[in-house]
Design a binder for this molecule. Sequence first.
Ligand SMILES: Cc1cc2nc3c(=O)[nH]c(=O)nc-3n(C[C@H](O)[C@H](O)[C@H](O)COP(=O)(O)OP(=O)(O)OC[C@H]3O[C@@H](n4cnc5c(N)ncnc54)[C@H](O)[C@@H]3O)c2cc1C
Length: 401
Amino acid sequence: MARLAQTHGLTDVQQEILATVRDFVDKEIIPVATELEHRDEYPQQIVDGLKELGVFGLMIPEEYGGLGESLLTYALCVEEIARGWMSVSGIINTHFIVAYMLKQHGTQEQKEYFLPRMAAGETRGAFSMSEPGLGSDVSAITSKAVKDGEEYVLNGQKMWLTNGGTSTLVAVLVRSDEGHPEGTAPHKSMTTFLVEKEAGFGEVRPGLTIPGKIDKMGYKGVDTTELIMDGLRIPANRVLGGVTGRGFYQMMDGVEVGRVNVAARGCGVAQRAFELGVSYAQQRHTFGKAIAQHQAIQFKLAEMATKVEAAHAMMVNAARKKDSGERNDLEAGMAKYLASEYCKEVVEDAFRIHGGYGFSKEYEIERLYREAPMLLIGEGTAEIQKMIIGRRLLEEYRFQG
Ligand SMILES: Cc1cc2nc3c(=O)[nH]c(=O)nc-3n(C[C@H](O)[C@H](O)[C@H](O)COP(=O)(O)OP(=O)(O)OC[C@H]3O[C@@H](n4cnc5c(N)ncnc54)[C@H](O)[C@@H]3O)c2cc1C
């Protein structure tokens, strides 16, 4: 992007990483993305390339074999990757959230065991909160863990696992009333389990089944699955952080950085839609001139570019806030909300600029049009973001009368 979505104050190392990722996106992702997406094919070659670039370990500390980079660097890389193909950023996102949760909340043994493997991309992460009966209302989780000697026995059904099939480590949130008296608040009786499994579908570990891929309107290539636990036995040392009852907070911490990530994906997809729209508008002629010369189309381009800039600025602000060690739930919620809504609007405008051709599978905008809605839902819908934003505002601006 020549002019839009610039980020000031980056270090030489950050600039170098971004330039490398951008080059990879232009050469290895954009030329093949639409074809792979139409075939719903897992982008193995792209994933291998990103592994080699160290993207899977971008934020994992150097002592565990990662690059030890900031959330900002990570988010800017995700923005670039989503500009190429949103599904690829989805492959990295759940891995990143699980690595982040391990880094923040794992025991020393868990960090030493998992993080080097995750940095190398050998172990690949997925995270699982949603169930068939709930997504927004995490406190209503019904999957359950019961202690049995030195193990826990897990039962229940999970829904919508991004990378459910390809991952080999799933952070699963379940109810665990053990040690917590009856009537304990729901969010205080939940535990995150680190569940290792084989990649693939079917019974991937005794008591654990990944039935198959969910067929989706977009966000193809990346696998999204259910997960069924039926007497799944997990050793006590695979409770994240070693103590039960902390799972809700651990997951919410993970989702908070995940929201910056989804905002970054919205920025990347919107940028690509703008690029496609501004290019097409200068090639297509109607009534004797390029449609870009009609004021109505120029206004659309102006609105699109303004939204790209605004979303990028808010996403960068949210990432920097977290990197500075401050609470960023307000900024992350705002960035996720705004970037995903603007993404959908910019994509729709680019689609309209393409006229009838936007409806043809030959044009990239058709893919973006099916991808953008996922960002309105993942890591919390717009309504959930507004609930978080509203609550935080009332804390900050408490009436002093
Ligand atoms: C492609 C895809 C990948 C996903 N990947 C994952 C994953 O990897 N891991 C995971 O755990 N989950 C994942 N999810 C699940 C996702 O997080 C949920 O779909 C999302 O949180 C919404 O939950 P829901 O679908 O149950 O909708 P619901 O919670 O049933 O909401 C339905 C509607 O009601 C609104 N609503 C709900 N509560 C309120 C309220 N209090 N006030 C006002 N409006 C409200 C919502 O905004 C929405 O519009 C994925 C989903 C998709 C589609």
